[in-house]
Design a protein around this ligand. Structure first.
Ligand code: FES
Length: 608
């Protein structure tokens, strides 16, 4: 159900936004790129985010009473991070005194550098007979004076007395939100790191980020160690269903992958593990469940319910992840069983839910996740695409590794682009598959129904000697021992048909046509490598001008970086599931009807 939106106007900028009831004035401002000052991460302890409510109302909260003077409260000043909107509201925002640093990430998104991990250097008064405050109180008082709140855990408390005294009470407190991660001797503010991780079913990518500069220090990627238990989420879940031992196997496998990536990152950047305080991780719902040792079985069965969708902030030690022993792992929220935190991160990285452009974002893989919308309304769905795009179930299919044909051009001869350069092709990966089919269409060797011509049917064609038979099935020879069969074409038709139908259903629900789309964004580890023109020729994406079909790269990883570098962006991510409407495709009659019609390839005149 769509909630009624409320209007918030920010003076003196006259910037307006519409938000669901209950959104804070602070978040609503950030959604439209209006930075309100803060050092506490929106926890109501720094007092820097105050705004004056001119119209509408905002209850006075306990934090308001603590941070603001009575006269200010009287004049309508409120902490914007605490003030929730329940009616149309107009506020004045004071000018920013401190302009936060910003970095460009995702798809041209400017992100304010304001990480959830903060380092605060304090010089504490030494205890005396006239000042017998406990070590904790002493530290808390100093942090409160700087606008920070802290919660201490036993692990830090155990070392606190010796660290304070050895360092002569000059220490750096490391906070993850309001959790005290560590107290370090001396001033260590220059050394603050975190890791953004994209936990894909196939590939895991980690980036070590310098939280001080916002720069990436090192990047590593490797195959997910769970691969031997199955290529897709369903086979991984099935393996886990064999019992606790199998679940442990899955968890251990992915932890080994993650921890190997981490140690390689530390080594390559020359950064110690004890300076890495947070890991922000995104992935589909199944990957997050398996990583945290949570039963994922119900995700695979009707009515597809995950154990959790909320973002989790868990101690790295509990999660088994090798960052600072007091550090935390942050997961981003998931929308549902088949629209995971990787897609939430993708929505952040593309800014799709925050800009006034109608866009469709497609993450192409064994599952095609599709998001359509603009700041006004966002819809999403997941369409089962089968394994074609990942190169499996394709006769000569392979992953996008060395020797894979990734690009094809057909003229009067065959031109191939092979990963690894000038080497003999070993097979075809997903993007090569899409290119081959698109080029066969253009060359007149494949009809709109997907039927490949035989040598007898096209004897005059310059490529007719490439039309061969393999085990009684028509095929097109790309290189020695590498060919595309008629069955492969059918496999691709199924995959693209499913995704195209998902897009069409969302467009129908939204009431938009291809001409209303400003952009089509192709993301994910596979989608980013697709040739936009080929994607259009095979009808995977709507028939928009090819210049408006953009490859947007690893948006999941970019979104994770944004959440790591900016608590404001993290907040936006937390709120996204409430803004995004999930459309379930199974059981919809229009899905089945459209599916049959989009199995065909579009007529060439409509896509050229
Ligand atoms: S009090 Fe710090 S952001 Fe609101």
């Amino acid at each position: 159900m769509i909630q009624k939106k409320l209007e918030v106007i920010y003076k003196p900028f006259d910037k307006a936004t519409r938000v669901p009831p209950g959104t804070t004035l602070f978040s609503a401002a950030h959604w439209i790129g209006l930075p309100i000052d803060s050092t506490c991460g929106g926890r109501g302890t720094c007092g820097k985010c105050k705004v004056q409510v001119l119209e509408g109302g905002a209850e006075i909260t306990t934090a308001d009473r603590k941070q603001l003077r009575a006269a200010e409260l009287e004049e309508g000043w409120r902490l914007s991070c605490q003030a929730k909107v329940y009616e149309d509201t107009t506020v004045t925002v004071p000018e920013l005194l401190r302009v936060p640093k910003a970095a460009t990430m995702g798809v041209n998104r400017l992100v304010l550098l304001d990480p959830n991990v903060r380092k605060v250097f304090v010089e504490l008064a030494e205890p005396s007979l006239t000042d017998q405050r406990s070590d904790t109180e002493r530290l808390r008082d100093a942090l409160t004076a700087e606008g920070f709140d802290m919660k201490v855990e036993l692990r830090v408390l155990r070392t606190l007395p010796s660290v304070l005294r050895d360092a002569e009470f000059k220490v750096t407190a490391v906070l993850g939100g309001d959790r005290l991660i560590a107290v370090e001797p001396g001033d260590t503010r220059e050394e603050s790191y975190g890791v953004a991780m994209d936990l894909g079913t196939t590939t895991v990518v980690g980036t070590l980020m310098n939280l001080k500069t916002g720069m990436a220090e090192a990047v590593r990627s490797t195959l997910n160690g769970q691969a031997p238990f199955g290529a897709d989420v369903i086979s991984r879940i099935s393996h886990g269903m064999q019992g606790d031992e199998a679940k442990t196997e899955l968890r251990d496998a992915v932890l080994r992958t993650i921890n190997t990536i981490l140690s390689e990152l530390y080594e390559s950047a020359g950064v110690g593990r004890d300076r890495v305080y947070e890991l922000v991780i995104v992935g589909n719902a199944t990957m997050l469940h398996l990583l945290l040792g949570i039963d994922a079985t119900p995700i695979s069965m009707m009515p597809f319910t995950p154990a959790f969708t909320d973002p989790l902030y868990v101690p790295a030690l509990d999660a088994g992840i090798d960052i600072h022993a007091g550090g935390y792992v942050q997961t981003l929220p998931v929308v549902g069983a088949y629209v995971g935190a990787d897609i939430v991160a993708g929505i952040m990285a593309t800014g799709l839910a925050r800009e006034d452009k109608m866009r469709v974002f497609v993450d192409v893989g064994t599952n095609g996740e599709i998001v359509l919308g603009s700041l006004k309304r966002v819809l999403c769905t997941a369409a089962p695409a089968g394994p074609a795009f990942e190169g499996s179930q394709i006769r000569c299919g392979m992953r996008a590794t060395e020797g894979a044909i990734e690009g094809v051009t057909l003229t009067d001869h065959v031109e191939l682009q092979v990963i690894g350069g000038d080497i003999a092709p070993r097979g075809i990966c997903g993007s090569g598959l899409v290119d081959t089919v698109a080029q066969l269409r253009l060359a007149g060797l494949l009809d709109a129904g997907g039927k490949m011509r035989s040598r007898e049917e096209a004897p005059e064609h310059p490529l007719s000697d490439r039309l061969i038979m393999v085990d009684g099935v028509r095929a097109f020879l790309l290189a020695e021992n590498v060919y595309l069969t008629q069955r492969d074409v059918r496999e691709l038709q199924f995959g693209k048909g499913s995704i195209a139908t998902g897009i069409k259903v969302l467009m129908d629900v939204m009431g938009v046509r291809a001409t209303d789309l400003d952009e089509v964004l192709l993301g994910g580890s596979f989608g980013s490598y697709l040739n936009p023109e080929s994607a259009k020729i095979i009808g995977l994406v709507p028939a928009v001008d090819v210049d408006h079909i953009l490859s947007v790269g690893n948006t999941a990883g970019e979104g994770a970086k944004m959440a790591l570098l900016s608590f404001r962006e993290r907040q936006v991510a937390f709120e996204l599931p409430d803004k995004v409407e999930y459309v379930e495709l199974s059981g919809r009659s229009d899905f089945n009807d459209s599916f049959v019609s989009v199995l065909q390839f579009p007529e060439l005149e409509t896509v050229q």
